[in-house]
Structures are given as C-alpha cells and as structure tokens.
Design a protein around this ligand. Structure first.
Ligand SMILES: Cc1cc2nc3c(=O)[nH]c(=O)nc-3n(C[C@H](O)[C@H](O)[C@H](O)COP(=O)(O)OP(=O)(O)OC[C@H]3O[C@@H](n4cnc5c(N)ncnc54)[C@H](O)[C@@H]3O)c2cc1C
Length: 371
C-alpha cells in the first residue's frame, strides 16, 4: 500500500458528478485523484437525453428540485456556455388546454421563480411544424437547453487538471479497503492498493456494486434514504425536420431534445430495476415510446427513421416517501459517517440529474470542510 497519501481524496467515477467534484475539491486545495474504469463520460452522463433542465418539468412535484435545476441551468450557462446546442434556444412546454392543468403549471413555475412566456399557436406550429394537434395545447417557452454533456465533462476535466487533480482512466476500482469502520483506500483491478483520507463514490449504477460488496445486505440500507436503480428508454431520429425542443407534461410525458444532426426522445417513465449494469432495452417500453411519438408527431414511418434505441440506468438515493417511479428525487450526497451502518471517510454522490453537477460537487466540498 502506498502510504504518503493519507489526506488525499480518491474519487471513483469520471462522470459529471466525479469530474465536477474533482475540480471543486482541487480548486479548494485538496489533493485529488480521480479513478475511472473506462474513460471520462462513459456512463450515464453522456448516454442520456442531454436535457439541461430549467426545473419547469419538476415544478409541480417538487419546488425544491425545480429551484435547484434552475440554479444548475444558470450556473452551467454562465460558466460553460459552449456546452449547449446553439439554436433554437428554450423548450416549449405543451400543456393540455382542457381542465385546469395550465393554471397549475403556471402557478408552480411562478412559485419556483422559473421564467416562462406564453406562445401563440402560430409560433408553436412554426417551431414544431409536425405537431399533430397544436390547437389542443397551450404552449409556454421555458429556458431548458439541449446540453452537450460530453463537452461539459471535457471542460470540467480540463479545469480539474489545471487545479492539480490527477485523473486516471482505465482504472477500475474493485474494492473499498476498510480498517474497522474507516474506509482507508481502494483496490484496483490490477491488484494495486491506493491509500485515501476520503473516498468519494461517484460511480452511479456500477459504483453501487462496491457498496454492496463492502457490506453485503446493508448497502443502501441507510436510515433516511434508500438507493433505487431506475431505468428509462430513449430513441433518436434524424434531427430534421423536428428542430425545436419540447415536452408534454402529461401522463406519458413525451419529450424531445435536439442535438446536432439528431433528435432524442423519451417518456417520463422510470422502472425500478435490480440489475445495475445491464442496459438491455425492454421491447415493451420502446414500443410505448415509438407509439406515443408517432401519435403526437406527423413524421415518417418509424422503420426508416429511427437511428438508435437504448435504455439507461441511474441510481437515486431517495427518502422512502419518494420511491415512486417517475417522481422527482432530490439529489443526495451521503456522508456515511452519519449513517447506519457507519463508514467513516466515505461520501457517495447520487445526483439524480446531470443538470445538478455543480450542486452535488458543492455539497461534497462542504461535507469535507465540516468533517
Ligand atoms: C437514459 C437516461 C437519461 C437521462 N437523461 C437526463 C437528462 O436529459 N438530463 C439530466 O439532467 N439527467 C438525465 N439523466 C440522469 C443523469 O444522466 C445522471 O443522473 C447523471 O449523469 C449521473 O452522473 P454520474 O457522474 O453520477 O454517473 P455516470 O455518468 O454514470 O458516471 C459514473 C462513472 O463511474 C465509472 N465507474 C463506475 N464504477 C466504477 C469503478 N468501480 N471504478 C472506477 N470507475 C467506475 C463509470 O465508468 C462512469 O464513467 C438521465 C439518466 C439516464 C439513465
């Protein structure tokens, strides 16, 4: 075991959470080593929909999450303006004109202080010409963006390195090293052991295996939160002619984000899954997404259009009352010194949304400074 690194912070995982944390901690003067199994951004952070949330989508289910997302959007645009698709800006929220849904969304956005503008039907049609029933919805423009999260990770990596963080790719951690209730370091797949003053687990779904192996039967059994793996399905089409970002916050919750030469679509459906690593798409879920998409948009038949279909899994640490697929889990940064079972020197990040990279990194720094 190397022993000159007793104070160093070892971060496991080079997604948005790990990379942002490496930057924040190195910037604050910590000695940081980030270990990534594959290459930075090989996990959920880049196989997602690239939706930089304004928080509008969550405003009715969780005002707190909506406000956090809105802050995350503003911070991202301010610090890394190059990591969003240039045009067209903003996202149309298409709300059923029937009943009182419009009033409810408008008050939720007002309460969360998320800016929005009502859009006349003619502009909706201009922005999404293939929308089948534009007169059945009221449209509002909110500041959500299409993010290039791969670019964001590169930028964060650059900043982390400039602040002195060491980033090692192809370094798969197989085990947390423990001495009593203290985590003292990590073991890599090549058998080498690295000492750490603090280990930050930012491995998302795959990283959960480390917790499970370190304490069989207890991982995720904290008193206040439960770890839940949720899977959702996406598909991509060529971007033209579907150019504008939009979402339909109804029961199925279709959404669309334009990216370069492709458009990505998803539904607001998240299934709890036990298998953390496999991302094999479920044919039933894909069919549901395809059907909804071609029901709502007047575009060519699926066979010739679909570029790819995939599923992705992410881990949320939820309070028990939140465990409802599709609900809005808050980001969590868990310091295991205050949990049961207790592991000192171990912090885990469960961002829930890529948009919240800055918030979770800030929370890790604050926990480290107060420990
Ligand atoms: C399909 C899908 C769509 C989504 N869409 C959006 C969206 O549009 N907008 C949004 O804000 N959020 C979205 N999310 C959520 C968001 O993508 C995730 O919450 C976020 O990216 C997680 O980031 P992370 O850094 O924690 O994890 P990841 O990006 O998964 O990074 C974890 C990294 O850890 C590495 N790793 C794992 N285990 C080890 C180990 N043992 N040793 C070393 N390295 C290890 C992995 O290789 C990986 O690179 C989506 C999620 C999914 C699954």
């Amino acid at each position: 075991m190397q022993n000159q690194h007793g104070n160093r912070v070892v971060i496991i995982g080079g997604g948005l959470s790990g990379m942002a944390t490496a930057w924040k901690l190195a910037d604050a003067g910590e000695q940081v080593l980030l270990l990534e199994s594959s290459h930075p951004g090989s996990g959920a952070s880049t196989v997602n929909e690239g939706w930089l949330h304004s928080g509008g989508w969550f405003a009715r289910s969780s005002r707190e999450l909506a406000e956090l997302c809105h802050l995350g959007l503003q911070e991202t645009l301010q610090q890394f303006p190059g990591c969003v698709e240039p045009e067209p800006r903003g996202m149309l929220y298409l709300i059923s004109a029937e009943g009182d849904a419009v009033d409810q969304w408008v008050s939720a956005w007002e309460e969360a202080r998320i800016p929005f503008t009502g859009i006349p039907c003619s502009q909706t049609v201009e922005r999404i010409p293939e929308l089948r029933y534009p007169d059945r919805v009221r449209a509002f423009l909110l500041p959500d963006c299409s993010a290039k999260f791969d670019v964001l990770i590169q930028e964060l990596q650059q900043r982390a390195k400039e602040c002195g963080a060491e980033i090692r790719d192809r370094s798969h951690v197989v085990r947390l090293l423990k001495d009593g209730d203290r985590v003292t370091g990590v073991e890599l797949a090549d058998g080498s052991q690295l000492e750490a003053g603090t280990v930050v687990l930012a491995g998302n779904a795959v990283g959960m295996d480390l917790l499970r192996a370190a304490s069989p039967g207890e991982a995720g059994g904290q008193s206040s939160r439960e770890c839940v793996s949720l899977r959702t399905h996406l598909l991509s089409l060529p971007r033209q002619p579907c150019r504008g970002a939009f979402c339909m916050p109804d029961e199925l919750g279709l959404h669309h984000l334009p990216h370069g030469d492709r458009s990505i679509f998803g539904l607001n459906r998240w299934q709890p899954v036990a298998d953390l690593s496999g991302d094999t798409p479920d044919p039933h879920e894909q069919e549901l997404l395809r059907r909804r998409l071609f029901e709502m948009l007047d575009i060519a038949e699926p066979g010739n259009q679909i570029l790819s279909e995939w599923a992705g899994t992410t881990v949320h640490a939820m309070r028990p009352e939140q465990i409802m697929p599709g609900e809005a889990p808050l980001p969590a940064v868990v310091d295991y010194s205050g949990e049961n079972p207790t592991w000192r020197n171990l912090i885990a990040i469960f961002p829930g949304r890529a948009t919240l990279w800055n918030s979770v990194a800030g929370q890790v720094l604050s926990k480290l400074q107060h420990s």
